[in-house]
Design a protein around this ligand. Structure first.
Ligand SMILES: Cc1cc2nc3c(=O)[nH]c(=O)nc-3n(C[C@H](O)[C@H](O)[C@H](O)COP(=O)(O)O)c2cc1C
Length: 361
């Protein structure tokens, strides 16, 4: 359960593995249709990403998490300000809201959907002009500190009756420390209902190579940091944790559960399921597989029924094999997995801050 006791409509999430945020805009209409139908049949949720809610998300009757990005696509007035009545309208169709602060592939950077990909339909759904670059700022204009973040969470939860979570990448312990301190000061009712922790290895439709390669902590460091902060503050039962960042195989997903995640998000795992060949052209509108293009001719390569079945297979196989790993450890269910079940082969890859390694400079 997500948001139990904290909102009018808590969300009973049925699958450990779920579809991470990928916006309609970054990926195509048939890609969204295949993911929605696959998620509906497999019983997992689909996160909309920051591009708003389209009719195609609704086709599969799946559980949906509506992401609130910095540009608030789908939830904005023409001047870009937050539109509460749109949030209330959308709450009829989605199970929860996720306020996105950052993602691992490009922390501290906003986003651009190039004008070539801003079709009339995408412009209408996002609430922006057609054919012009669609720019997400690097931060929420009305969230400058943790208290304003918690105010926004409480406001959206009251407005919609749905659980509200936060997605972020981490650079060090400070965000979690500030968050837990503020929640303990204000009371657990003001906490986010879930935290989506995205590792630096997370994917994206478009980001500067330097940020993709070098910025934000990998999930192997960020996840234990987030879980430990919640546990130490007595908030682990209140706040569900979703982990993402190359968690595409059962073993990686099981590692996340052992570390303390409640759910796993995958973006590129599902892109592969619907035919992505990593042509690396998401930003050019010429994706040869139809996954990340709005060119109708190229989209014909993505047959929705066929790919929806692959999404179902992927979710079912991952969940089944995570359970198999759990059984092999002597657990009845994957949720019984704990840190004692994992051994990590240590490498030189573990990082510590430079000013701890070389203090005083
Ligand atoms: C094509 C594509 C589009 C994405 N769009 C969004 C988005 O709109 N909002 C967001 O928070 N993350 C977005 N992401 C990032 C994923 O939600 C997730 O954080 C990251 O990809 C996880 O890593 P994975 O691909 O290894 O699973 C996108 C990723 C991809 C590959």
């Amino acid at each position: 359960m997500i948001g139990e006791g904290a909102c009018d409509n808590p969300f009973l999430a049925r699958s450990v593995v779920n579809i991470s945020g990928m916006s309609f805009g970054a990926i195509s209409r048939p890609a969204i249709q295949a993911l929605s139908r696959g998620a509906g049949e497999a019983g997992c949720w689909m996160d909309t990403g920051e591009g708003g809610l389209s009719p195609y998300h609704l086709e599969g009757n799946c559980d949906l998490i509506m992401q609130v990005g910095t540009a608030r696509y789908g939830l904005r007035n023409p001047d870009g300000s937050f539109a509460p009545e749109k949030a209330q309208e959308i709450a009829r169709f989605v199970k929860a809201f996720e306020i996105k602060l950052s993602q691992g592939a490009k922390p501290g950077k906003g986003g651009v959907l190039p004008g070539a990909k801003v079709t009339a339909e995408i412009a209408r759904i996002r609430g922006i002009p057609e054919g012009e670059d669609s720019i997400s700022p690097n931060r929420h204009p009305d969230i400058a500190n943790i208290d304003q973040l918690l105010d926004r969470i409480c406001n959206l939860r009251d407005l919609t009756g749905r659980p509200v979570g936060v997605k972020t990448a981490l650079g060090d312990e400070s965000f979690m420390t500030l968050l837990c301190e503020a929640v303990l000061r204000r009371g657990a009712q003001d906490a986010p209902d879930f935290l989506t922790i995205d590792g630096g290895e997370g994917g994206t439709g478009a980001a500067p190579q330097t940020l993709m390669d070098h910025m934000s902590l990998p999930i192997a460091e960020a996840l234990p940091m987030a879980v430990d902060a919640l546990r130490d503050s007595g908030l682990k039962d209140r706040v569900r944790v979703i982990a993402s960042g190359k968690l595409v195989t059962p073993a990686r997903a099981a590692w996340a559960l052992c570390t303390g995640a409640d759910f796993v998000h995958s973006a590129r795992g599902f892109m592969f399921a619907i035919g992505c060949i990593q042509a690396m052209r998401c930003h050019t509108n010429t994706c040869p597989t139809g996954v990340a293009t709005h060119n109708r001719r190229l989209q014909r390569g993505l047959v929705v029924e066929d790919k929806a079945a692959r999404v179902v297979n992927y979710v079912r196989s991952l969940n089944r094999e995570i359970d198999m790993i759990a059984h092999s450890c002597g657990c009845r269910h994957a949720r019984e997995l704990g840190r004692r079940h994992v051994r990590i082969v240590e490498t030189a890859g573990r990082s510590i801050p430079l000013d701890v390694l070389h203090p005083g400079a």
